[in-house]
Design a protein around this ligand. Structure first.
Ligand code: SF4
Ligand code: SF4
Length: 383
């Protein structure tokens, strides 16, 4: 039986959060494990250099509450993540509130550039930041968000951050569609899963619509926790209104471990069938569906009418070139005279990374008229 506790929480007040997380740790019987630990590595969601109120990264006050509990047990703490794109972790720590948190509590922030790399071979070759492999135990601190490529980003997807920034680009290039990409994400989770002592999801403010970085900030007022990342994602995605068995990372991870969804147990402040009100998951479902459809080789004349492609808004673009440097398909160019990157549609693999990493929200997905019709007709909520 894998227990998931969901608690109502409408504030980032640290003492209140500490009480809630203490209840989650108690009710999931995590304390015996925690008391046996001497060091813990915290793994927040640090997608990029964004302030906490953008709901893209794990809120530092939730992390502070966890730190206080660990320090009450005399546990030595470090924190690390690899942001996406070309932004440095140190810059992301600074803007997302982790630098001041580290100073306040005396914890170690690990700089990925000074950390080594281990290489693993599974379905492909993975470079993984050494700190995660060397850790005695990891506490996973994820964020509740939709994801227009993988539908949902929760506990399992958060481990994609153990891959250094630009190495992520290579994995995207090797994944022809969201389902294959989810297999890579589960491979990565499997490399690290024996180290993961606990998983929490920060859903006090989260994101719906075009997540994980360009969606709408929503006050979900919820914190969830479990010792098992798959069970946690199962219920977190269900709370958002998804059919959890259709979330690729959950489905693939559970199948590989031979887990039965009936062995997952949901408890806490919400009824079993509770769905977060006004949570818009349709945008991410439609986009993920069309990206899966377009990964099937289409005949030329079909492709001419049913296309979808990133659009770079010259009014918003600040020519930082982050998307150009990261683009897994090498589909982007930006010359001095240009106001925004130019895209080569033949090279674009529709990985959505440019949308995810653009700090100015200058990239969106543009669809042909027939492409829009196709997406509407194949609304995966009916799947
Ligand atoms: S589209 Fe965004 S990431 Fe790309 S160059 Fe412009 S501002 Fe930078
Ligand atoms: S242009 Fe954007 S969507 Fe296309 S391959 Fe490059 S990063 Fe991915």
């Amino acid at each position: 039986m894998y227990k998931v506790i969901a608690k109502k929480c409408s504030t980032y007040d640290i003492p209140k959060l500490k009480k809630i997380i203490d209840t989650i740790f108690t009710d999931t019987e995590f304390y015996p494990t925690l008391k046996s630990l001497t060091t813990v590595l915290l793994k927040p969601n640090l997608l990029g250099a964004y302030p906490p109120d953008r709901a893209i990264t794990t809120h530092p006050n939730l992390v502070a509450a966890v730190i206080e509990i660990l320090q009450d047990h005399k546990i030595k703490i470090s924190l690390m993540d690899n942001p996406g794109g070309t932004v440095t972790a140190m810059r992301a720590y600074q803007l997302s509130g982790f630098e001041s948190l580290a100073k306040l509590y005396g914890i170690t922030l690990i700089n990925p550039f000074k950390n080594g790399i281990y290489t693993y071979k599974k379905n492909t070759k993975y470079s993984v930041s050494k700190a995660f492999i060397d850790a005695e135990a990891i506490i996973n601190l994820a964020k509740l968000k939709t994801h227009m490529y993988t539908l949902f980003t929760g506990a399992i997807k958060n481990f994609y951050g153990i891959i250094p920034g630009l190495a992520k680009s290579n994995l995207h290039r090797l994944a022809p569609n969201p389902t294959k990409f989810a297999e890579f994400v589960v491979d990565i989770y499997e490399i690290i899963k024996d180290k993961v002592a606990f998983n929490l999801i920060d859903g006090i403010i989260g994101m719906d619509g075009d997540g994980p970085s360009t969606g709408d900030v929503k006050k979900f007022d919820i914190v969830l926790g479990s010792k098992n990342a798959i069970a946690l994602d199962f219920f977190a995605s269900r709370l958002m209104g998804y059919n959890p068995e259709k979330i690729p990372t959950t489905r693939i991870a559970a199948a590989r471990e031979g887990l039965d969804f009936h062995d997952f147990h949901f408890t806490g402040d919400f009824k079993d069938d509770y769905i977060l009100p006004h949570c818009n998951i349709q945008a991410s479902k439609r986009k993920s569906r069309i990206l899966n459809l377009l990964s099937v080789p289409l005949k030329g004349f079909v492709k001419r009418f049913f296309w979808t492609i990133p659009y770079f808004d010259p009014q918003k673009c600040v020519q930082c070139k982050a998307c150009v440097k990261f683009c897994p398909g090498k589909a982007l160019t930006l010359e001095e005279k240009d106001l925004a990157p130019k895209i080569d549609p033949q090279k674009c693999i529709l990985c959505m990374c440019c949308i995810e990493i653009c700090p100015e929200h200058a990239v969106s997905l543009k669809k042909s008229f027939l492409g829009k019709m196709l997406i509407q007709e194949h609304d995966p909520s009916k799947a």
